[in-house]
Design a protein around this ligand. Structure first.
Ligand SMILES: NC(=O)c1ccc[n+]([C@@H]2O[C@H](COP(=O)([O-])OP(=O)(O)OC[C@H]3O[C@@H](n4cnc5c(N)ncnc54)[C@H](OP(=O)(O)O)[C@@H]3O)[C@@H](O)[C@H]2O)c1
Length: 134
């Protein structure tokens, strides 16, 4: 059976980690996009402890940085020939305005600009996944 590939942003904590856990349990190969390598590795360990035959990989990117989003999209495209599911989960709720590396409001950059760009960059791969019955 064809391996189903899911990308989950912010899969190292909270809702994103639970989504990643659910997808791994269901046999998806899960790519977690996260900005903290140690937290990413710890998450992979935790999920594989529960599902030893599971497949989880981490891809590092700060989604509030548009160059980082472009770089991680390229890595994902290179690693996978298609994507079946993209979960744009990563997000922040900042009580005070902060600037992103690109000079945008950091909350807008993280919650909207980064996910919008990532989705657009992965559209071709998502369409390939969809053409195979998803
Ligand atoms: N929980 C709620 O009640 C609630 C309500 C409405 C909407 N939401 C939305 O649901 C999503 C998940 O919420 P949650 O409560 O599970 O959040 P959470 O526990 O704070 O986890 C957020 C995840 O996103 C990652 N993340 C944050 N900024 C990032 C960035 N710039 N680049 C890459 N990864 C980044 C975090 O990574 P780090 O570990 O590196 O910080 C973490 O893994 C968020 O988008 C949130 O806004 C949540």
């Amino acid at each position: 059976m064809e391996t189903k590939i899911a990308i989950v942003t912010g899969g190292t904590a909270g809702i994103g980690k639970e989504i990643a856990r659910g997808l791994v349990r269901r046999g998806f190969l899960v790519g977690i996009v996260c900005r903290n390598e140690m937290r990413g590795r710890a998450t992979v360990e935790e999920l594989l402890e529960e599902v030893p035959e599971g497949r989880v990989e981490i891809f590092l990117a700060d989604l509030s940085v548009l160059m980082d989003v472009r770089r991680v999209a390229a890595s994902l495209e290179e690693r996978f020939d298609r994507v079946h599911v993209l979960v744009n989960n990563a997000g922040v709720h900042l009580m005070r305005a902060k600037e992103s590396a690109d000079g945008y409001d950091r909350m807008i950059a993280t919650n909207h600009l980064g996910p919008f760009l990532l989705t657009n960059l992965l559209l071709g791969h998502l369409e390939k996944g969809a053409r195979r019955g998803w």
